[in-house]
Ligand binder design. Structure first.
Ligand code: NAP
Length: 471
C-alpha cells in the first residue's frame, strides 16, 4: 500500500515539475512555476521519507534538512546580479550530493552487499560519480569566477596542449571506469574508485580554466545538465524512478537553455567550452591615434528626448550592475507624460542571464507590453528618434554584422545604429563582455553620457521633471 502511494506521489511530483518548467517560460505565470516546483519537491521528499526502508536515520534526515535551510535561506537573498553564481553554487551542492551518494552506495556494495552489483549499476555509479564530482568543482570554479574571487583568474587561462591533456584525462578516466565495471570486487577496486573521483574533481577545474568569466552563464547551464544527468544515474543506482524523471527534466532543461544562449550569441558549444572567449583584444595598434568620443550633458539629452516621438531604450548589463531600473521607470513616466512613445528593446542575452532585463524591468513595474523582443524592434529602429543605450555594449555593436574577425561576428544585435540619434550611458571607455571596442560609440549620430547608469538616469529625470514643472 505504502509503495503504491509513494509511486503515485512520484507521478504527481513529476507532473508538478513539468508544469513548473512550463509556467516558468512566461513572466505572467512564472510565480506559479515556482509554487509548483516547491510543491513537487515537498511531495517528493515526504513520499521518499515515509518509505519503510527508511527506518533508522530520521535524526540524520532532519539534520540534513536543517543544514539545507541554513545554506538555502542566505542563498535566496542574494541580489539579482549574483543569481548566476548562486545558481552555480546550487549545482555544486547537487553534484556533490550525487557524488557522495554514489560513493556511499559503492562502498556499501563492497562492504558486503555484493548481490546489488550488476554491470548496469556499476556503469550507472561510475557515470554518477564522474558527472557529480566534476560538476562540483566545475561549478565552484564558475561561481568563483563570476564572483570575482581574486585567486581564480577571470580571463580564460590557456596553455599549450590544453585540449589534448584534457581529452587525455577523460580517456584515462574512461579506461579506469571500464576496468572497474569489469572487476568491481578485486583488491584494487576501491583504490581505482578513489582515483576516478580525484580525476573527476580535477577535470571540473581544468574544464572551467579556459573559459572566460563572461561565458560562465552558458557554462553554468551546461553544468546544470551534467548535474541532472548525474541524478538520472543516481536514480538507476538507487532504483528510484523520481530521481530518473526529475534528473532527466533538469538535464534536458539545462541543455535546452545552453542551446538557446549559444544560438542568441551565434556560438557553438565547442566555441563556448574551448573558445577562450573574452580575452581582451588589442584595440589600439601601435602608432594609432586614440579615437575620440563625443559627449553630451544630461541637459542636452533631456532637451532632445523631449522633442522625440519614438524613444527606444536599450538596457544591458550596466543597468543591472547599477540597479538603475527604478530611475529608468521614472524617465519612462516623464516621457510618457509628454505623449512620447517609449519602447524597451530586449536582446535575448543582454545582461548575464536569459531574461535578466525582463526581470529587472518587471521589478520596476514597466508594462510588459512595452518590452519588445529584438527581432520585432529592429524593424522600427530606422523610425526611432532616440536610441538610449543604458549600460549595453556587445548587444548593440554593429561589428557583429560585418566584421568577420570580431569574436561577436554573426551574433544578432539590436540595430541601435539605425536610429536617428544615439545616446549611450556607460562609466568609462572600457569594452564590454567580449573585450572589444564598439563602433556604435564613434558614429556621427552618437553621443556618450559617461557615468554610473543610475546617477546619469537620475540627472536625466531631474532635468525632465524640472522642465515639466516649469511648463
Ligand atoms: P556588456 O557587453 O557586458 O556591456 C556592459 C556595459 O555596461 C559595459 O560596457 C560597461 O562599461 C557598462 N557598465 C557596467 N557597469 C555600469 C554602470 N554601473 N553604469 C553604467 N554602465 C555600466 O553587456 P550587454 O550589452 O548587456 O551584453 C551582454 C553580453 O553578455 C553579451 O556579449 C552576451 O553574449 C554575454 N552573455 C550573456 C548571457 C545571458 O544569458 N544574458 C550569457 C552569457 C554571455 P563601463 O565599464 O565603461 O561602465
Amino acid at each position: 500500500m505504502i509503495y503504491a502511494i509513494t509511486q503515485l506521489s512520484y507521478i504527481v511530483a513529476t507532473a508538478l515539475f513539468i508544469f513548473s518548467l512550463h509556467w516558468m517560460s512566461d513572466p505572467k505565470t512564472a510565480r506559479w512555476g515556482v509554487y509548483s516546483g516547491v510543491a513537487g519537491m515537498l511531495i517528493a521528499i515526504v513520499a521518499t521519507w515515509v518509505q519503510p526502508e527508511i527506518i533508522i536515520h530520521h535524526g540524520w534526515i532532519i539534520v540534513a534538512i536543517a543544514a539545507g535551510f541554513a545554506v538555502g535561506i542566505p542563498l535566496s537573498q542574494v541580489p539579482l546580479t549574483a543569481v548566476p553564481q548562486r545558481t552555480a553554487l546550487s549545482h555544486a551542492f547537487g553534484g556533490l550530493a550525487a557524488g557522495l551518494v554514489g560513493t556511499a552506495e559503492y562502498f556499501l556494495w563492497l562492504g558486503g552487499e555484493h548481490e546489488n552489483i550488476t554491470t548496469f549499476r556499476m556503469i550507472a555509479v561510475i557515470v554518477e560519480i564522474v558527472l557529480g564530482y566534476l560538476t562540483f568543482t566545475g561549478s565552484l570554479m564558475a561561481a568563483g569566477k563570476l564572483q570575482g574571487i581574486k585567486w581564480i583568474p577571470q580571463r580564460p587561462v590557456t596553455y599549450s596542449l590544453q585540449n589534448v591533456s584534457n581529452i587525455g584525462l577523460i580517456v584515462v578516466t574512461l579506461v579506469l571506469g571500464t576496468a572497474l565495471v569489469m572487476n568491481p570486487l578485486t583488491g584494487w577496486s576501491a583504490t581505482v574508485f578513489m582515483v576516478i573521483i580525484g580525476l573527476s574533481l580535477l577535470f571540473g577545474v581544468l574544464l572551467i580554466l579556459p573559459i572566460g568569466g563572461a561565458d560562465m552563464p552558458t557554462v553554468i547551464s551546461i553544468l546544470n545538465s551534467y548535474a541532472g544527468l548525474s541524478a538520472v544515474a543516481m536514480g538507476f543506482v538507487l532504483n528510484n524512478k523520481l530521481l530518473i524523471t526529475a534528473g532527466a527534466l533538469d538535464g534536458a532543461s539545462g541543455l535546452i537553455l545552453s542551446i538557446i544562449m549559444c544560438k542568441a550569441m551565434n556560438r557553438s558549444f565547442v566555441n563556448v567550452l574551448f573558445g577562450a572567449f573574452g580575452q581582451v583584444q588589442e584595440t589600439k595598434k601601435e602608432g594609432e591615434e586614440e579615437r575620440v568620443y563625443k559627449s553630451e550633458t544630461p541637459e542636452g539629452v533631456a532637451h532632445i528626448l523631449e522633442h522625440a516621438s519614438l524613444v527606444v531604450i536599450i538596457p544591458g548589463y550596466g543597468m543591472a550592475v547599477s540597479q538603475a531600473q527604478h530611475k529608468v521607470r521614472e524617465l519612462y513616466d516623464q516621457l510618457k507624460k509628454r505623449g512620447i512613445t517609449v519602447k524597451f528593446a530586449i536582446h535575448p542575452v543582454a545582461g548575464r542571464m536569459p531574461g535578466h532585463m525582463n526581470v529587472l524591468l518587471a521589478e520596476a513595474n514597466i508594462p510588459y507590453t512595452d518590452l519588445v523582443e529584438m527581432d520585432e524592434i529592429n524593424s522600427d529602429m530606422p523610425q526611432c528618434d532616440v536610441a538610449l543605450v543604458i549600460g549595453a555594449n556587445d548587444v548593440v555593436n554593429p561589428a557583429a554584422r560585418y566584421d568577420k574577425s570580431s569574436p561577436i561576428y554573426g551574433m544578432p544585435i539590436i540595430d541601435a545604429d539605425k536610429a536617428k540619434t544615439v545616446f549611450a550611458i556607460k562609466r568609462s571607455k572600457n569594452p564590454g563582455f567580449a573585450g572589444i571596442e564598439n563602433e556604435l560609440y564613434f558614429l556621427d549620430k552618437t553621443w556618450m553620457l559617461f557615468g554610473d547608469a543610475k546617477a546619469v538616469m537620475g540627472d536625466l529625470v531631474k532635468q525632465l521633471s524640472g522642465a515639466n514643472s516649469s511648463h
